[in-house]
Each structure stands twice: as structure tokens, then as C-alpha cells.
Design a binder for this molecule. Structure first.
Ligand SMILES: NC(=O)c1ccc[n+]([C@@H]2O[C@H](COP(=O)([O-])OP(=O)(O)OC[C@H]3O[C@@H](n4cnc5c(N)ncnc54)[C@H](O)[C@@H]3O)[C@@H](O)[C@H]2O)c1
Length: 252
């Protein structure tokens, strides 16, 4: 079994996931950089450890339960433990009235933002149970507690992810596994562009979004990573089932 603690971060090839996996690696964790974008996962794993001893890239779609199980089994064979799971992979939706969101988009947004958490948790919890310890952090969104018109599927999925965080926390607390969520507000990452209205410029979007954020700016992925890593590795053992709003005050 690895002498280092081991962390798996989904969606770790970009934005919040990229910063989170870097912070965990910097804190001494062996890390699995999981992303559907194979090139992005490999580039980040190489940046963390060019020799590949303490960072492993994995190309995986979190919606694919069989692939998730296979990959986590590989990882356990290699390192023999999993201490931290960060369910960060997320998918935005096109900004559309609810009745123009087709079934394929509902299913995909639900699949990545909700079933992705279920699939990863099912795959890693048995190992955490065995060691009677573990921390799971789900990256949700302020959209899960404060609705935004045009984002019906995304808001519903993120609300479900917050609820799922609570249920998992209840079920897993007796086994020494803490489950919490971090809910970011609007962030300057590649995802943000996908929330814009059709034809909307970046400047117009800033005029629409920023006045709704009390601190007066978008957040950065590094700020969210700090909260995620704190919740996973430093928060009190007594804290579980909670959602930390890291949103510049947007949810108030
Ligand atoms: N950007 C924002 O404004 C914002 C606001 C609130 C919450 N969030 C949430 O924060 C999290 C991180 O978002 P980000 O802004 O860093 O986005 P991002 O687009 O920069 O990164 C998301 C990463 O997830 C990966 N991914 C997408 N689908 C996947 C799948 N099926 N399987 C595996 N990997 C997949 C992408 O390839 C990408 O590397 C997401 O859960 C998102 O919903 C983002």
C-alpha cells in the first residue's frame, strides 16, 4: 500500500479541477488526474510529476459506470488506497428556456453532474469503508440553491448534487467517511462562456452577472480549490453533509 495518501479528482484537466489536483499534489498526495479530455489529463499529470510516480492521468467519462469501476480498480491495484475523492467534473447547458432543452441535453447534464457523483462514490466507497476513513467533496454550484432563468437542467442537477451530498453523508458517517460540497459562484473558467445567452458578448455578460455578486467580480478556480482541499483534508471530522458557498456572496 502507498505510504502517501491518495486523491482522485474528476474534471482535473481544466479550471477548478486542475487547481484542486495541483494543490493536493503539492500537499503530498499521490493524485489521479481524471478527465474525459485525455490530452488535458495527461498534460496536467506531466506538469505535476514528469516521472509519473505520484500523478497518474486517466481518460474517463464519469457517466460510464463500467469505465469508472475499471479505472478505480486499476488505481487501487497501483496504490492500494484512496483517501480523498473530489467529484468536480461538471457540464453546463446552453442558456435556453426550459421547454427548448431537449431530452438529450437533460440526460447529459444530469448524467455528468449527478450520476457522475454516484458512479465515482460507488466505485471508491468500498475501499474507504475498509480503511474506515475517507473524504468526498462534491463541487456543486450556487445554481443549486439560487435559480437562474435559462439554466433549468443545470440548476436542477446541481440541487440534486447538494441533496445527494447530504444523503451520502448520512449513510457514510458511521463508517468514518465525510461527504461535503463546495458550491462556487460564477468563475472565470472555460465553462463560464457556455452559460452566456446566444450571441451575448463577454462584456455584456459581465454587466449582467457582476452586479449580482456582492464582492463585485467573478471568482477564480484557485479560490474554489482552496475551499475544496480544506473541506477534504483539514475540516473537522465533525463536519459532514455541508455545502460551503464560495460565491462572493451571490447566494445571500
Ligand atoms: N465556471 C463556473 O462559473 C462555475 C460556477 C459554479 C459551479 N461550477 C462547477 O465547478 C466545477 C468545475 O467547473 P470549471 O468551471 O472548472 O469547468 P471547466 O469546463 O473549466 O472544467 C470542467 C472539466 O470537466 C471535464 N469533464 C466534463 N465532462 C466530463 C465527464 N463526463 N467526465 C470526465 N470529465 C468531464 C472537462 O473536460 C473539463 O476538463 C463543475 O462541476 C461546474 O459545474 C462552475
Amino acid at each position: 500500500m502507498s505510504e502517501f495518501k491518495v486523491a482522485l479528482v474528476t474534471g482535473a484537466g481544466s479550471g477548478v479541477g486542475l487547481e484542486t489536483v495541483a494543490l493536493l499534489h503539492g500537499n503530498g498526495y499521490a493524485t489521479v488526474v481524471l478527465d474525459i479530455d485525455s490530452a488535458a489529463a495527461q498534460a496536467q499529470a506531466r506538469r505535476l510529476d514528469p516521472q509519473g510516480h505520484s500523478a497518474m492521468a486517466v481518460a474517463c467519462d464519469v457517466c460510464d459506470d463500467a469505465q469508472v469501476r475499471e479505472i478505480t480498480a486499476d488505481m487501487l491495484r497501483r496504490w492500494g488506497r484512496i483517501d480523498v475523492l473530489i467529484n468536480n467534473a461538471g457540464l453546463p447547458q446552453a442558456n435556453l428556456p426550459f421547454d427548448q432543452v431537449d431530452d438529450a441535453q437533460w440526460q447529459r447534464v444530469w448524467g455528468v453532474n449527478v450520476m457522475g457523483i454516484v458512479n465515482l462514490a460507488r466505485a471508491v466507497v468500498p475501499a474507504m469503508r475498509e480503511s474506515k476513513a475517507g473524504a468526498i467533496v462534491n463541487v456543486t454550484s450556487v445554481a443549486g440553491v439560487r435559480a437562474r432563468g435559462g439554466l433549468s437542467a443545470y440548476c436542477a442537477a446541481k440541487a440534486a448534487a447538494i441533496s445527494l451530498t447530504q444523503t451520502l453523508a448520512l449513510e457514510l458517517a458511521p463508517q468514518g467517511i465525510r461527504v461535503n460540497a463546495v458550491a462556487p459562484g460564477s468563475l472565470a473558467t472555460p465553462m463560464f462562456d457556455k452559460f452566456l445567452q446566444p450571441g451575448e458578448s463577454w462584456d455584456a455578460a459581465m454587466q449582467r452577472y457582476v452586479p449580482q455578486i456582492p464582492v463585485g467580480r467573478l471568482g477564480t478556480p484557485a479560490e474554489i480549490a482552496q475551499a475544496v482541499v480544506w473541506a477534504a483534508t483539514q475540516a473537522p471530522d465533525f463536519m459532514t453533509g455541508q455545502t460551503l458557498m464560495v460565491d462572493g456572496g451571490r447566494s445571500l
